[in-house]
Design a protein around this ligand. Structure first.
Ligand code: ZN
Length: 108
């Protein structure tokens, strides 16, 4: 398998190895690809083990209204009466998923 190309490598090949026709073809393909990536970003659902009761989009964040289990054996939540529900905000930073607790209401 070839080593992973950097964007500088890719730009170098595009600048040096492509005909005008190939560059136009690549431009069209890239426009479609970008649209697909943007749709994917909009449809992204953050990972959670909690029960999700509602979702909201807020800019680059996704907010989930979650019913939460605290983990205590004798708690009411162990038999399905979950805590909350509480809002949690999730967003991506590079490959990491960040999370922020909001509570019963979405805070700004
Ligand atoms: Zn509990």
């Amino acid at each position: 398998m070839p080593a992973k190309l950097s964007t500088a490598d890719i730009r170098y090949h595009i600048a040096n190895d492509l005909t005008l026709e190939q560059a136009k073809d690549l431009q069209n393909w890239l426009a479609d690809h970008l649209a697909a990536l943007e749709r994917q970003a909009e449809e992204w659902l953050p990972p959670t083990a909690n029960q999700v009761m509602a979702t909201r989009r807020l800019g680059k964040s996704c907010l989930l209204l979650e019913g939460v289990k605290c983990g205590k054996e004798n708690c009411r939540c162990a038999s399905g009466k979950l805590h909350g529900p509480y809002w949690y905000e999730y967003w991506r930073e590079g490959s990491r998923v960040r999370k922020r607790y909001h509570g019963k209401q979405i805070r700004s």
